[in-house]
Ligand binder design. Sequence first.
Ligand SMILES: Cc1cc2nc3c(=O)[nH]c(=O)nc-3n(C[C@H](O)[C@H](O)[C@H](O)COP(=O)(O)OP(=O)(O)OC[C@H]3O[C@@H](n4cnc5c(N)ncnc54)[C@H](O)[C@@H]3O)c2cc1C
Length: 459
Amino acid sequence: MAATAAESLARDLRRLVGDDGVLTGGQLTPYLVDATEPRGVRGRADALALPRNAEEVAAVVAYCYREQVAIVPRGGGTGFAGGAVADGGVLLALERLDRVLEMEPLRWRMRVEAGVTTRRVQQLARESGLRFPPDPGAPEQSQIGGNVATNAGGPHAFKYGVTGAFVMGLEAVVPPGEPLRLGGSTRKDVAGYDLLHLLVGSEGTLGVVTETTLRLIPAAEAAYPVLALLPDAEAAGLALEAALASGTVPAAVEYFDDLSWEIARRGFPAELPGGYVLICEADGSAAEAASGRDLLREALDEHALQLYAPTERAEIAALWRWREGVSFLVDAYRGGKLSEDIAVPLERLFDAVARTREIAARHGVECCSFGHGGDGNLHSCLLFDRGDEEARLRAEAAAQDLLGMAVELGGTISGEHGLGTLKNGWLRHQWSPAAVRLHEAVKRTFDPEGLMNPGKKLA
Ligand SMILES: Cc1cc2nc3c(=O)[nH]c(=O)nc-3n(C[C@H](O)[C@H](O)[C@H](O)COP(=O)(O)OP(=O)(O)OC[C@H]3O[C@@H](n4cnc5c(N)ncnc54)[C@H](O)[C@@H]3O)c2cc1C
């Protein structure tokens, strides 16, 4: 956009959201990247708007629609798909929509604006003896609106489900600037199509989420993790099956291949040797959690070299704090990391781990994988020295092969992070032509001018 056009855009936006609600030029820098920055993904924007409420969001969307300017919704910028990275147009940041509108502990629900962080939602629930189970790994920065827009998961999605399972209601602004209320406080609603869950996971391509009503559950009285150290991938696969057949429903089933464990165990709160690792957790009332833990121990012990099953609250908290930091430890290993999130049928998980290695070796890059084993969801990491452009390109080529492998194994190219810009062109490899046509028709219906987060998800 020419300088004069950009100035007049900023001037118009200031009229809608106030002088302090518009950033331009160098002020945009921190907003031009997300967690894909190590992959070299960096965007550009003509301005950033910081609305304070849904009305201002609607005014910005209406203005952009009238003026044919692209709108890129932005939450906490922790996305791993480049979804919040703009290629021109207006970045619409939700961080000032950070009010908790209603907390109803006795009815197990809360209503919050889109910019409230994931951590705050979790804490508010906990303070009332309740729980918001989705636990994606960057909760201090990620926002509930971003979690809804990516349908985020995390370790405890195995038992409890991903974000969409906890969204009862949404308020959004859809083109050409109309507020839309979907669902609300009812626990059931089968009138009409499920538009609410069409917006969930839509990565900002259909509208801007401004508010959500979340379903909460009573917090478990106790939760006990059991870590199994395993000699190889085969034993890890058998242990995973044994955990599922143990007689308890694990709240989480996380896996680490030998290299990811080698990298991450340095920060682990107990001294343990190398190998493959499975971390399962039993939760419920104190008695249920304890008996679940015993069942898991018994099931895993058959295949494990060693078990680690902390029972002290502080030790358990340290274990999950460490788990939240694993991604950062892997980042630090070589300085450069390309993190994929394919998911495959459970029985193909360790096939996928092995094939990830073959692919990485073929492209001459190092790799490790860890993730949400119970969901068949691999965080396959292709590792390279930061600044080594040639190695990064080889890692990018390997990532393309990983996506092909996921489809071949009957899985998905994205179990958690969404498609953003990074998986452009891949939707049609996973979905049939009829399904892709329907996707395109849905997009046209919501956004006939193609201005909502263009170039993402469907491109
Ligand atoms: C260390 C680390 C660990 C992670 N672990 C997990 C994990 O375990 N599970 C998991 O699922 N993800 C994980 N993630 C990815 C990321 O945290 C999630 O995708 C998260 O939901 C993104 O939220 P955000 O607010 O940062 O969104 P952003 O990155 O700002 O945006 C993501 C997408 O959502 C859209 N968007 C954001 N807000 C809105 C809104 N209000 N309305 C409409 N569209 C919007 C954007 O346009 C973009 O397409 C991890 C990321 C990091 C850095």
